[in-house]
Design a binder for this molecule. Structure first.
Ligand code: MN
Length: 207
């Protein structure tokens, strides 16, 4: 026998992401974002340390369609197009060689950024949440399941703004691979089914 949980007010619906060619949706647990993970200038030396990571709330995830409200408190609202990894099986201390078995699917997403607030945070040594974790800051395309896509080693990630291409890279150019990133994160936190990971943006971010 299990008693239903009695909430003091109706619990909000969980955040969810559409799945390509499916009526079922992916329940979003948390959103992890990887910092700089592509070369932004040619010949840039390979990194020696794993990239930084930060989070957005699950409630920041929205469908990448239609229009979004311009966020408050910024004059520099910036795009960062990224490959998004969806975790289907949780775990901690995941070995990079086993990491793919924890991935449910992939999407493209925007790590939308209030760049002016990020610059202020960097200068002040303050937290990045005001720059990164605002409403509608993580629009994503529908997820494509691994069951149909496999694990893309190559493939273009690009963004156009009003018909003009702004960002383009190939996921093969990721400095730290998807399995390495999953392994890294899982050494720091226990990954949960439903976690999303934005894998970093290529050069030419802009307003
Ligand atoms: Mn980013």
């Amino acid at each position: 026998m299990s008693a239903a949980i009695e909430f003091v007010f109706p619990a909000p619906a969980p955040a969810a992401l559409a799945v390509q060619r499916s009526a079922a949706v992916f329940p979003v647990a948390r959103v992890f974002c990887i910092g700089r993970n592509y070369r932004w200038t040619p010949g840039e030396p390979a990194p020696t340390q794993m990239p930084a990571w930060f989070m957005k709330p699950a409630s920041a995830v929205c469908a990448a369609q239609g229009s979004l409200p311009y966020p408050p408190q910024t004059r520099e609202f910036c795009h960062e197009i990224e490959l998004v990894v969806a975790i289907g099986r949780g775990g901690r201390d995941i070995d990079a060689a086993q990491a793919q078995s924890h991935i449910w699917g992939y999407a493209a997403g925007l790590d939308l950024t209030r760049r002016d607030l990020q610059q202020q945070a960097k200068q002040a040594g303050g937290p990045w949440e005001p720059a990164k974790a605002f409403d509608h800051s993580a629009p994503c395309t529908p997820l494509v399941p691994v069951a149909t896509l496999g694990h893309p080693r190559l493939g273009a990630v690009w963004l156009t703004v009003n018909g003009v291409e702004r960002q383009r890279a190939d996921v093969g150019e990721l400095l730290w691979s998807v399995p390495e990133l999953v392994a890294m994160l899982s050494r720091s936190v226990t990954l949960l089914p439903g976690d999303l990971m934005f894998t970093g943006t290529p050069a030419c971010v802009g307003p």
